[in-house]
Design a binder for this molecule. Structure first.
Ligand code: ZN
Length: 161
């Protein structure tokens, strides 16, 4: 499943990348470009712009109009529609900057590339093979896990409707 997200969905794009999905995103593409790329690369267009959604559908592009007020809510709607698993597995996770798969990297190799405190606190690291961004499951992961738990609860509600 490949997606393309409109310029308003930067945050959601990062979530989908972490969850291992291929999402093209740029806030510099206009509606016509988004529709063209979606069609050419067979990507599903994600948008919160009803007009764009209708245009895309009229041109035979797979599109999904995103409901939900919070990230957790939007993730629940996406999970329901596309059967997306709301758990992060670093084996399939993608770089939130450039949509490339991340790979494990040994601790010794990141010593000069991260803060000392991070180095002393964590042992597992991942690297984006394209842009070089280093990832680790730091303090912010508490928040990430919490949002995913909320998304799962929201999904349960949606499924009961
Ligand atoms: Zn990257």
């Amino acid at each position: 499943m490949k997606f393309i997200a409109d310029g308003m969905l930067g945050k959601l794009t990062r979530w989908l990348c972490m969850l291992g999905h291929n999402v093209k995103y740029s806030n510099k593409m206009d509606d016509a470009q988004l529709i063209m790329i979606a069609k050419k690369e067979r990507r599903t267009l994600l948008t919160r712009d009803l007009e764009l959604y209708q245009q895309a559908v009229a041109r035979g592009v797979n599109a999904f109009y995103l409901e939900g007020k919070t990230e957790a809510d939007r993730l629940a709607h996406l999970a329901k529609r596309f059967t997306i698993k709301l758990d992060i597995d670093m084996v399939t996770s993608r770089c939130t900057r450039c949509n490339t798969r991340v790979k494990p990297i040994s601790k010794e190799k990141v010593v000069d590339r991260i803060e000392k405190s991070t180095f002393s606190h964590y042992n597992e690291f991942w690297e984006c093979t394209k842009c070089g961004q280093i990832y680790w499951q730091g303090a912010h992961w508490t928040k990430i896990r919490k949002t995913l738990e909320t998304a799962k609860e929201n999904l349960d509600h949606l499924n009961k409707k």
